[in-house]
Ligand binder design. Structure first.
Ligand code: GLN
Length: 446
């Protein structure tokens, strides 16, 4: 009731929640009480959370921020939804997001932009902006997100909270509406690394219903939280401290690195020579995959259908034309072009080759360092409308996060102080399946 009250009081302005499930939440809370009384409770039993509206939820609308799915109620739960239900977590509602997770500012949502709780004239980041803003504004202690090119880490940074993108394959994508299947990964938002560890624990695990899920036991993410950092080797890629980085953000990141030295870590300068290719490679791979994934939205089986179609072509054309927003259409066009006969080798195949080079840079770097650090985003939260007319400038918001998705590595954003009253995020990148180490490194700093 405390969190439902806060949503009632503050979300009119923030716009972080698109569907509130108050009745179901109170019912779930009563059931959690019974489990607690019966001695059958886990760490999440009775804990409220908000769920990104990209995860299918049985009986509750899943809109993915799009007019196309404004009327869509999935007939099943995503694996993550099911796991959180089984853990006894209490879903308060579904959060606003960029349409089909395409965006870095939450401005592409059919439901209007989310405001940054630190300054309502600024964006919360995206695409999981609703989840990040809600946790930052204490509308929920926890929220879920997804990260294809930065959509957990960048909004966590801009809203001053903790967010983690796991290793690709750690969290099931079953029932998580696909944007770019080879990059998408769900993960937690929380007020601290310790809380994020608990949510990640419940979200993770092998799932035979997701063919890219990895069959490997899940580590205990809270067990190693408090380990000391003596001897930790931190790699600082010179490409993450380039001229595109805001000077105040750089100073905040450098101050955080100094703290790590006091905690016993040593620092090593490294290079990820192909990282300048990550944004261009991503903007071939992600649109290509999205053009394929979104072809299922045809006005026939589910989602938006135009009125009075003349024939089948008209049904497809108008349903999709009306259902999708401008950014989604742009991506579908770019992706369809890149995959067309005769262009596949020149674009998609080439981008996949570049992707391998980017991954190899990280593999090499992790031979010498335990964790890589840098800024999560080049600036603090920007103004609403500031970048929405210029897609390329918007795409550069993810310049430090995208390579991590291309490589499939785990990454995290941790609050690293304020610059002119706005939060800065420190990015931590780990080797494959080193989520536990990232959480430990974040926890010792917090
Ligand atoms: N901002 C990036 C994009 O628009 C990443 C989004 C995401 O991670 N879902 O594609």
């Amino acid at each position: 009731r405390h969190f439902l009250d806060r949503i009632e009081r503050f979300d009119g302005e923030l716009n972080s929640v698109v569907t509130l499930t108050a009745e179901q939440a109170l019912q779930a809370a009563r059931e959690a009480d019974q489990r607690i009384a019966a001695g059958d409770a886990g760490p999440l039993t009775g804990i409220p959370f908000l769920h990104k509206d990209i995860f299918c939820t049985d009986g509750v609308r899943t809109s993915c921020g799009s007019r196309m799915l404004d009327n869509f109620e999935a007939p099943y739960d995503a694996t993550v939804s099911e796991k959180l239900k089984q853990a006894g977590a209490v879903m308060l509602g579904k959060t606003n997001m960029d349409e089909f997770a395409m965006g870095s500012s939450n401005e592409t949502s059919f439901y209007g932009p989310v405001k940054n709780p630190w300054d309502p004239e600024r964006v919360p980041g995206g695409s999981s902006g609703g989840s990040a803003a809600a946790v930052a504004a204490r509308l929920a202690p926890l929220a879920t997100g997804t990260d294809t090119g930065g959509s957990i880490r960048q909004p966590a940074a801009l809203c001053g909270i903790t967010g983690l993108k796991p290793t690709y394959g750690r969290v099931s994508r079953y029932g998580m509406i696909a944007f770019a299947s080879s990059l998408d990964q769900g993960g937690p938002f929380a007020g601290s690394a310790a809380d994020a560890a608990v949510l990640l624990q419940a979200m993770s695990g092998f799932d035979p219903r997701d063919s890219t899920s990895i069959d490997r036991p899940v580590d205990d993410y809270t067990a190693g939280l408090a380990q000391d950092l003596n001897g930790l080797v931190i790699g600082l890629p010179k490409e993450f401290f380039d001229e595109g980085l805001d000077a105040d953000v750089r100073a905040a990141i450098e101050a955080a690195i100094e703290e790590y030295k006091l905690l016993g870590a040593t620092v090593k300068d490294i290079s990820l020579p192909n990282s300048s290719l990550s944004v261009p490679a991503y903007y071939v791979v992600a649109p290509a995959e999205c053009s394929s994934n979104l072809s299922r939205m045809d006005g026939v089986r589910f989602g938006h259908r135009c009125d009075d179609p003349k024939d089948l072509d008209d049904l497809y054309t108008r349903s999709r034309g009306e259902g999708f927003g401008a950014e989604v259409k742009r991506r579908i066009m770019i992706g369809t072009y890149a995959l067309s006969a005769g262009y596949y080798d020149a674009y998609y195949l080439k981008a996949q080759q570049v992707r391998r080079l980017i991954r190899d840079d990280f593999v090499k770097a992790f031979e010498d360092v335990d964790v890589i650090m840098g800024p999560t985003a080049p600036t603090t939260a920007f103004k609403l409308g500031e970048k929405s007319d210029d897609p390329v400038t918007m795409y550069l918001s993810d310049i430090y996060t995208i390579a991590v998705n291309l490589a499939g590595l785990p990454g995290m954003s941790v609050p690293a102080g304020l610059v002119n009253g706005l939060p800065v995020g420190l990015q931590l990148i780990g080797n494959y399946f080193e989520e536990g180490r990232l959480l430990n490194v974040a926890h010792r700093y917090q």
